[in-house]
Design a protein around this ligand. Sequence first.
Ligand SMILES: Nc1ncnc2c1ncn2[C@@H]1O[C@H](COP(=O)(O)OP(=O)(O)OP(=O)(O)O)[C@@H](O)[C@H]1O
Length: 255
Amino acid sequence: MNSIKLSKKILRAAGKANAKYRMIEEGDRVLVGLSGGKDSITLVHLLKHMQRHAPFNFEFKAVTINYGMPGERYDALQEHCKTFGIPHEIYETNIFEVSQDTIRENSSFCSYFSRMRRGALYTKAQEGGFNKVALGHHLDDAAESFFMNMLYNGTLRSMAPIYKSSKGFHVIRPLIWVRERQTRAFAEENGIATIGDEACPAMAMNVKMPHARESTKKMLEEWEEKFPELFKRFKAAFSHLQPDSFMDEKFLDRK
Ligand SMILES: Nc1ncnc2c1ncn2[C@@H]1O[C@H](COP(=O)(O)OP(=O)(O)OP(=O)(O)O)[C@@H](O)[C@H]1O
């Protein structure tokens, strides 16, 4: 079997985050959302590594939601999983077909597909009796989400490493302390061909796309050039909230 190398940085960041937030534990059955992009590819290899080296036993399976879009193919991804002994299933859906009637004149394609994909993933998790669903979000995603929510929605919110879904299982983000450039490097250094954004129907369709993420990403890149410790500070700040220092009356002590 070909060998895959995960960097010490990824292993350290993911190991520490897992210890702190207890995302994967003894006896867990984890369903991993595998888009075939660099992040979720890193995630499945990380879980494979953890299975071999962590002092606890858990099971995992990867599932790829197929939107049913013309030309959508996952052969290379299936082959990759087979080569590395990663249990993998493609879940065929008609999300794309349904979207044609539902959101024809609408610009919120991205959130539509993301919502439908999440629903399909949760259905799979319930059907298969998984107690955790793992997603490939990382620290850059958490920071981008924080600033997008603040600048475009006027809320202070980010991405939790673990939360309980309304369906009863937990959603976990084992890469939450890993940087995006580390997952990119993982794919490049191991020669893994990844699927880019075009896999999401929203990206493949000729519609107005939200620019919020792109401009937030750019803003953070510029900040990081001036302030190299930026993401270290985000990581610290996101774990040290002081809710009573804002203006939300729920958190103000009037006693
Ligand atoms: N088609 C899909 N099937 C299964 N899971 C998916 C699919 N698309 C996305 N996911 C899951 O949702 C997570 C977030 O998706 P999103 O498209 O926001 O991520 P991304 O940053 O492009 O990540 P990736 O590099 O893994 O595609 C992914 O990391 C993956 O775990």
